[in-house]
Write a protein that binds this ligand. Structure first.
Ligand code: G6P
Length: 448
């Protein structure tokens, strides 16, 4: 059966066999540390077994809640930031219609889905309130800590709108809270107001939480098949845990990117040739950025959408500072085919493509770009995805998560914390006058 695979054959001129042998040992040791749970951050490894060991009762509740939202709402507002929305957004974009919110209800069949609480922009929120308008809607508020400012502000506003429209009691039936099982302001609010709640397990960090209720509820509302997603993740887990290095795509990817880092390639660009993968790149950026970027170490994760960005970033990738390597996420088979037709006068000069389908043109652009960037000394790696469906997305999510754990340990960091994220928050709270931050306020204001 086809599967998600990692291929570094196009980068062979940058990587010697000896380097692979040396790094193989390091990567296998790092994998052992990960699966034996003996490394830093080992209290955040719940995601390793999640695809086979998840709360089945909650899974059934997620499906039931999704059905209810589908039946009583024209719109679902998903409120969350970072790991509390990127996985769901990546999955829905990857799996569902490319113009999900814009196609007719007959085609989409499920509620429109919008995201809030991922910025503090009042203009964005006002715009979204207009989009929801007077229509029936529900809210899924997602925050592991239950205390993050951005989603908390957005939730206050959408909660008020719900209560105005339906009254407090009915509004509570349209609010679904995904948060810690016991602590945090959101948990308290959910208990107090009687919202249906879903749990982010203690041992699963936000950026590893797409296969918990965090991702699963919005994904299920969109009509995607979450059973298949979990099956794919279980298949990815099986391979990551049991395959030897040569057949272990997750461990190989971790190894190869660290070989490249040690040769000065300190930026990884993840590239796609399908706009529906844009948010997959955003999800990956958080996963790798927060996991590896610490202790003055790490590979900076960047992402490009191609061929779009070949007309903006292409120059730099081809010819600028030689800092990066590139990982192309290649969708092998698309089910959308558009054949380019012959035109009698050929004024646009495209008749040489007549009879070819657009995916052939897209793949030719990809292959040509891989060779050009390789010639420009940008090593190109590939992650091949047979098709855009739930099963392969599950494999893909898992492969990247597992590789991230292994890679972080190769690098010598704790891949499961994010101490650096607190600095901006402290400053922001001090400038906002949040109780408890008073001593910092005057000093920061002087510096502004
Ligand atoms: O789910 P929450 O607790 O609201 O956190 C949302 C996000 O913001 C935090 O600042 C962290 O850096 C992220 O790892 C997290 O995914």
């Amino acid at each position: 059966m086809a599967k998600v695979t990692f291929d570094y054959s196009k980068a062979s001129k940058f990587i010697s066999d000896d380097e692979v042998v040396a790094m193989k040992k390091i990567a296998e040791d790092a994998k052992e540390v990960l699966v034996n749970k003996s490394g830093a951050g080992n209290d955040f490894l719940g995601w390793i077994d999640l695809p086979v060991d998840y709360d089945k009762d909650e899974f059934a509740r997620i499906k039931a809640a999704a059905k209810k939202i589908q039946s009583d709402s024209e719109v679902l507002v998903v409120i969350g930031i970072g790991g509390s929305y990127l996985g769901a957004r990546a999955a829905i974009d990857f799996l569902r219609h490319g113009f999900y919110n814009n196609v007719s209800k007959e085609i989409r069949k499920t509620p429109e889905i919008y995201y809030a609480g991922n910025s503090i922009s009042p203009a964005y929120l006002k715009g979204l309130l207009d989009v929801v308008g007077d229509r029936d809607f529900s809210v899924n508020i997602i925050s592991k800590s239950g205390t993050t400012t951005e989603p908390a502000i957005a939730f206050r506003i959408f909660k008020e709108k719900l209560e105005k429209k339906y009254g407090k009691e009915e509004a509570a039936k349209r609010i679904y809270a995904t948060t810690d099982k016991a602590k945090g302001a959101l948990k308290n609010l959910a208990t107090e107001e009687g919202y249906e709640s879903f749990v982010v397990p203690d041992d699963v960090g936000g950026r590893f939480s797409v296969l918990t209720a965090v991702g699963l509820l919005p994904i299920a509302v969109s009509g995607a098949d979450i059973d298949k997603l979990m099956e794919g993740a279980a298949s990815g887990r099986e391979k990551a845990l049991n395959n030897t290095f040569e057949d272990n795509d997750a461990v190989k990817y971790a190894a190869i990117r660290n070989i490249l880092l040690r040769k000065g390639k300190s930026i990884e660009i993840t590239a796609n040739y399908e706009p529906s993968l844009h948010y997959f790149g955003e999800w990956w950026k958080q996963l790798y950025g927060e996991s590896e970027g610490k202790d003055q170490k790490g590979i900076f994760p960047a992402a490009v959408d191609l061929t779009t960005d070949l007309h903006s970033m292409g120059q730099f990738i081809q010819d600028g500072s030689r800092l990066m390597f590139e990982t192309v996420v290649n969708i092998e088979k698309t089910d959308a085919d558009i054949v380019i037709q012959e035109e009698a006068d050929d004024l646009d000069g495209l008749n040489y493509l007549a009879g070819k389908d657009m995916d052939f043109v897209n793949k030719s652009a990809m292959n040509g770009t891989i060779l050009a960037h390789t010639d420009g000394n940008v090593p190109n790696l590939m992650v091949n995805v047979p098709e855009q469906n739930e099963f392969y997305l599950g494999e893909l999510f898992y492969m990247y998560e597992f590789a991230c754990g292994v890679s972080g340990y190769i690098l010598g960091v704790n891949p499961f914390n994010q101490p650096g994220v607190e600095s901006y928050k402290k400053n922001m709270f001090a400038l906002l006058g949040k109780p408890g931050y008073e001593d910092m306020t005057a000093e920061l204001q002087k510096r502004l």
